[in-house]
Write a protein that binds this ligand. Structure first.
Ligand code: UGA
Length: 431
């Protein structure tokens, strides 16, 4: 792999920023990571990683010579000419992306632009944002700052692999030279580099996430129909996936997509279209199907248990997907609230997310392991397909549960094995 030797700044050391900074260091660059959260920066200086991402702690440690952490924006602009922006762009009440953190960075620029800088936008920003920033820079007659859109395509849980072995790198720029300098950072990665305009790069990001989310809502609706007609969605998806135009990925039916990206980005794209006068009907349906899907387990439980008042339901998995501690927009949270709303008592276990859940959710009894979680429960619901749930100790679980019912929200378990152990089993879209 070709090694690069830039000094690169990263502003916003959340999930994307930390992975980006660490991987850029791994590629040989000196990296200065800046965040306004002093506690987070102090932790990172001591080698403590604020999120759970497989391989990240080790990679930060092995690159510690090339990484520094600071709370001072001026450090970045004094020492780096390429500066990545990776601050949060959470949804506002209207569904638009909140760009206030991006603009906080922008407002600090005029005072620090003595040298020529390239600002590289990693945060997901609505299409048109880059051009607005470029227009603002030229209004300020700030010719010393170039702007490049370089969206991220990192999946939580496999972000390091995704960064170092990308399917593609997208670089949107107005000035070809600035685009080239950013592209050079990725040169050793053996991936196609697409050079586009800024709005096109911004749209590639939104369209990619919206398309993947659409695939999930589509297969979830197929699953719901499968239940009506006695078909098995896992085999349907497999059969569809052999067609290369469809592909096998993102056709796993379940209890809906969550996380910090799909729900936010699909809503923001719908909103963006609406703001410019176009009603994006398909995305409206994608969002609605997903919301209903998160609640679908409730009907299944009622079918088997009757009214849920005073029933004890055990959730295995809280994170929005395996290999992450992230609970944002997780199906578990919606499901637990719905169950508690119906008067059920909810217990939950997650291999990693419990400390985060302790801060984020109320009313759920958080357990230390599977066995204490299933104890006394009327049903077990598999919410997140963590590897450690693949081979559950069924005998022991059955002995501890009040009623042997398993609802598999991710079609992850082996129905035959579970039924053979004396449980009632129900998945999503398969009998
Ligand atoms: C997603 C995209 O996959 C990344 O390419 C993108 O960079 C990222 O958002 C982002 O915008 O930052 P991520 O949110 O980490 O990544 O997670 P995914 O693996 O895409 O899964 C999202 C959700 O969809 C999870 O809740 C997962 O359980 C669900 N899912 C996924 C399904 O229900 N079925 C599937 O077939 C696949």
């Amino acid at each position: 792999m070709t090694k690069n030797t830039e000094t690169v700044g990263v502003i916003g050391i959340g999930y994307v920023g930390l992975v980006t900074g660490t991987c850029l260091a791994e590629l040989g660059n000196q990296v200065i990571c800046m965040d306004i959260d002093a506690e987070k920066i102090a932790d990172l200086k001591d080698g403590r990683i604020p999120i759970y991402e497989p391989g990240l702690e080790e990679l930060v440690a092995s690159n510690k010579e090339r990484m520094t952490f600071t709370t001072a924006l001026s450090d970045i602009f004094e020492k780096c000419t390429i500066v990545f922006i990776a601050v949060d762009t959470p949804p506002t009440f209207t569904g638009d992306a909140d760009l206030s953190r991006v603009f906080q960075v922008m407002s600090a620029l005029p005072g620090v632009s003595r040298e020529h800088h390239i600002l590289v936008m990693k945060s997901t920003v609505p299409v048109g944002t880059g051009n607005k920033i470029v227009a603002e820079l030229s209004r300020q007659e700030n010719t010393r700052i170039d702007y490049v859109s370089n969206p991220e395509f990192l999946r939580e849980g496999s972000a390091i692999g995704d960064f170092l072995h990308p399917d593609r790198v997208v670089i949107g720029s107005r000035d070809p030279e600035a685009g080239e300098r950013v592209a050079a950072l990725y040169q050793g990665l053996n991936a196609p580099i697409l050079k586009t305009t800024i709005p096109t790069a911004e749209m590639i990001k939104y369209a990619s996430n919206a398309f993947l989310a659409t695939k999930i809502s589509f297969i979830n609706e197929i699953a719901n129909v499968c239940e009506e007609v006695g078909a098995d969605v896992t085999l349907v998806a497999d059969g569809m996936g052999y067609d290369e135009r469809i592909g096998k990925h993102f056709l796993q039916a379940g209890i809906g997509f969550g996380g910090s990206c799909f729900p936010k980005d699909v809503t923001a794209l719908k909103q963006l279209a609406g703001n410019s006068g176009y009603h994006f009907q398909l995305l409206t349906a994608v969002i609605e199907v997903n919301e209903l899907q998160k609640r679908r387990v409730v009907n299944k439980l009622q079918k088997h248990l009757g009214a849920l008042t005073d029933k004890t339901i055990c959730l295995l998995g809280l994170a929005f997907k395996p290999n992450t501690s992230d609970l944002r927009e997780a199906s578990s949270i919606v499901l637990a609230s719905r169950l508690m709303g119906d008067g059920a008592f909810v217990k939950a276990y997650d291999p990693v997310a419990i400390p985060w859940a302790a801060k984020a959710v109320r009313g759920i009894l958080l357990c230390d392991d599977v066995i204490s979680c299933v104890e006394g429960s009327d049903a077990l619901v598999l919410v997140t397909e963590w590897d450690e749930f693949a081979d559950l100790p069924l005998e022991e679980i059955k002995a501890k549960m009040k009623n042997p019912l398993i609802i598999d929200g991710r079609n992850f378990l082996d129905p035959e094995k579970i039924r053979a152990a004396g449980f009632t089993y129900e998945g999503i879209g398969r009998a």
